[in-house]
Structures are given as structure tokens and as C-alpha cells.
Write a protein that binds this ligand. Structure first.
Ligand code: NAP
Length: 216
């Protein structure tokens, strides 16, 4: 009896769950937005924080658009969703940006009451063992790989099982029934003068043309 009373009086406070949507967002498109919203709902996240990357060590073979443009497009694209936020934590960082530093900073800022999930593309996650201090990173947050329609998941599933047993980490695969869009395709369409309507939010399309992005 006494024990039961104790059990009911000690209530474990449930952690808040915030998803971090990390990506280049050059440009952000409806595929990213649909992925973030799907993960938010399926994994019961209170919000999604979009973090456009700053100066990444792994992008040496392509010149990215200015971080200010990528950040602004992300803000414009996410304004209409009350569960979405954008952080400039990486675009403002001097030197190379590593996901580990970002997660450490966010953990410090939000404290132990918040659990962080990192969302990224399935292809990016397949390469995770090349990331900076991956073992530490996988201890600090769970990872969510989002897949596009038609994506062959067999390799990804094997990789996730391997990562789970090697690092004792929490990883998820979420299928996004959204559109089959990629930033690479959008940049290519702009270069050839083709339309990008209905691939990116209208405000993002206007911003791209106003600033003459991706023409070359
Ligand atoms: P990427 O290699 O450019 O992207 C690989 C694939 O994943 C692309 O098809 C890309 O599609 C897709 N993708 C990327 N981010 C996505 C997202 N949030 N949601 C859905 N699809 C996504 O990847 P990246 O953009 O450079 O990097 C992704 C994240 O991983 C970034 O936050 C980056 O900082 C982190 N990362 C960290 C390290 C490290 O710490 N050392 C190393 C590599 C990556 P789109 O082109 O259409 O976006």
C-alpha cells in the first residue's frame, strides 16, 4: 500500500523532444518541409529547428550559396508553420562547422529536459562514420534518416542495424510520402531556365530570382 503511494507520488517528468533538421538547404524545397513535418508528427516532437550548415569541411568540391541566402530562404520557407524554427548557430560559426559542436551547444542551451533528434537525408546518414567524432555524436542524440519515395532502403537498414549495435545508439528511418525533389535538381532547372514552380515555396522562388541565385 505504502509502496504504491510512493510510486504514484514520484512522477517522472517526460522529456520534451526537439528535432534538429540539418542540411545545406541550397535551396530549401517542399521535400525538406514535408520531411520535417512528417518526422515531427510521427516521432511526437514539440518543434523542429532547421539549421542551415555554415562552412562544412565535407563540401570542398562545390561552392555553396552564401550562408545568408541559405539562412534567409530557410526562414522564408518555414514561417507559416508554428512548429518550425530556424537557427543561425552554424551559419554564424567561424571556421568549419561540425554537427557534434552544434548538438553540444544545443544540449547546453536546452538542458537535460530536452531530448534532441537529428534529421537528415538517408544518403547523408550512410556516410555518418566519416563525420567528426561520430562515437561521441551518437551518444548525444538520436538520428532520423528520411527517405524519398522509391528509395531502396536495404542498404540503409543494414547500416542502421550495424550502427545501433556498434555504438548502442538510437536511429530511425522515416519514409516521407512527400515529393521526389532534390536541391541538385532545382539548381539544374534554374541553370537551364526551366520552371521551379511548386517545387519550392513561392517566397523562396521569388527570393532566388530576385538575387539571381544558381544561374551559373
Ligand atoms: P548532403 O550530402 O548534401 O545530402 C545528401 C542527401 O541527403 C541529398 O540527397 C540531400 O538532398 C539529402 N538531405 C540532406 N539534408 C537533408 C534533410 N535535412 N532532409 C532531407 N534530405 C536531406 O548533406 P548535407 O546537406 O551536406 O548534410 C546534411 C547534414 O549532415 C548537415 O546538417 C551537415 O552539417 C551534417 N553533416 C555533418 C558532418 C560532420 O559533422 N562532420 C558531415 C557531413 C554532414 P537535398 O540536396 O535535396 O537537400
Amino acid at each position: 500500500m505504502r509502496g504504491n503511494r510512493m510510486e504514484t507520488s514520484i512522477r517522472t517528468k517526460e522529456k520534451l523532444r526537439y528535432a534538429i533538421m540539418g542540411g545545406t538547404f541550397d535551396p530549401i524545397h517542399f521535400g525538406h518541409l514535408a520531411a520535417a513535418e512528417t518526422v515531427r508528427q510521427k516521432l511526437n516532437c514539440q518543434k523542429v529547428i532547421f539549421i542551415p550548415l555554415g562552412n562544412p569541411p565535407h563540401k570542398k568540391n562545390r561552392i555553396l550559396s552564401d550562408p545568408t541566402h541559405r539562412y534567409t530562404m530557410t526562414v522564408l520557407a518555414t514561417t507559416s508553420n508554428p512548429f518550425f524554427e530556424v537557427s543561425s548557430i552554424e551559419v554564424n560559426r567561424e571556421g568549419y562547422t561540425y554537427t557534434l559542436n552544434t548538438i553540444e551547444e544545443l544540449n547546453k542551451y536546452y538542458g537535460s529536459e530536452v531530448e534532441l533528434l537529428f534529421i537528415t537525408g538517408a544518403d547523408a546518414l550512410l556516410e555518418i562514420e566519416t563525420w567528426y567524432k561520430v562515437e561521441e555524436l551518437l551518444k548525444l542524440c538520436s538520428f532520423v534518416a528520411v527517405t524519398r519515395p522509391g528509395y531502396d532502403k536495404s542498404m540503409l537498414e543494414q547500416k542502421l542495424l550495424y550502427l545501433q549495435s556498434k555504438y548502442n545508439s538510437e536511429l530511425h528511418i522515416i519514409d516521407v510520402p512527400g515529393l521526389n525533389i532534390s536541391s541538385t535538381d532545382i539548381r539544374e532547372l534554374i541553370k537551364t531556365g526551366a520552371s521551379i514552380k511548386y517545387l519550392v515555396p513561392e517566397v523562396v522562388e521569388q527570393y532566388i530570382f530576385k538575387h539571381g541565385l544558381f544561374r551559373e
